[in-house]
Ligand binder design. Structure first.
Ligand SMILES: NC(=O)c1ccc[n+]([C@@H]2O[C@H](COP(=O)([O-])OP(=O)(O)OC[C@H]3O[C@@H](n4cnc5c(N)ncnc54)[C@H](OP(=O)(O)O)[C@@H]3O)[C@@H](O)[C@H]2O)c1
Length: 197
């Protein structure tokens, strides 16, 4: 069974893009110049055989003429509005997204890169299909923007697998998504308060 990993860059306050879908803050010189985290991100591509994303994640690149953003991976874009793929390598999926992802996971091969965005990843989290969240936390506060996840009906409990702190302050956090009802995820009784003296 291949793992589905939501691998995403976020600000410290949990936004993955500005409100207008741009990423200016993530491109600050101090965060990108000679950056080891970018080299690690590029190296991670060799661990993925397939990439899946929502249409709004695919579109910004497309507007810049990039029709095949991950040529080293089998590529699926989920959309009900795009009718024709701009690139023969990029497959559009309009129906049964959950079934398609389930079948992709059942195939043999390298893991699946869930590139985003919030809307598409949240739908897959709710369906219990996301195995890991790989979070590249950037030392930035935006206050508003596109959130990491949205509209989750249930809490997704995460178990920390590893951390890596980069010199520029970016922190890579790798989490496993715990199944619903996993041990320890029920609300604990609060310890009794000491009596007032
Ligand atoms: N920082 C990062 O690492 C990172 C990574 C990824 C994305 N982003 C940012 O996140 C933003 C996009 O995220 P988002 O949440 O707005 O959008 P999104 O999740 O990328 O895409 C949403 C779209 O996906 C399609 N979709 C969703 N569920 C579907 C289903 N069940 N079946 C078929 N199609 C489905 C729909 O497309 P249609 O409307 O065409 O039907 C929907 O409008 C952008 O600003 C992007 O730059 C940042």
């Amino acid at each position: 069974m291949r793992k589905l990993k939501y691998h995403v860059a976020s600000t410290t306050d949990g936004f993955i893009a500005h409100e207008d879908d741009t990423w200016g803050a993530f491109l600050q010189e101090r965060l990108v110049k000679d950056s080891e985290h970018i080299a690690d991100y590029s190296a991670s591509f060799s661990t993925y055989g397939t990439v899946v994303m929502g249409r709004r994640t695919y579109e910004p690149g497309l507007k810049m003429g990039v029709t095949d953003p991950y040529p080293m991976m089998e590529t699926y874009v989920f959309t009900r509005t795009m009718k024709e793929s701009p690139n023969p390598r990029v497959k559009l999926v309009s129906e049964d997204a959950i079934g398609v992802i389930r079948r992709l996971k059942e195939q043999q091969g390298k893991d699946i890169y869930l590139a985003g965005g919030a809307n598409f990843a949240s739908m897959l989290l709710e369906a219990g299909l996301v195995d890991e969240v790989v979070l590249k936390l950037n030392p930035l506060l935006l206050g508003s923007g596109v959130p990491l996840v949205t509209r989750l009906r249930n809490v997704s409990s995460l178990e920390l697998l590893s951390t890596k702190v980069y010199k520029n302050g970016v922190v890579l956090l790798r989490y496993a998504v715990l199944p619903e009802g996993a041990p320890g995820t029920n609300p604990a009784l609060l310890p009794e308060m000491p009596p007032a003296t």
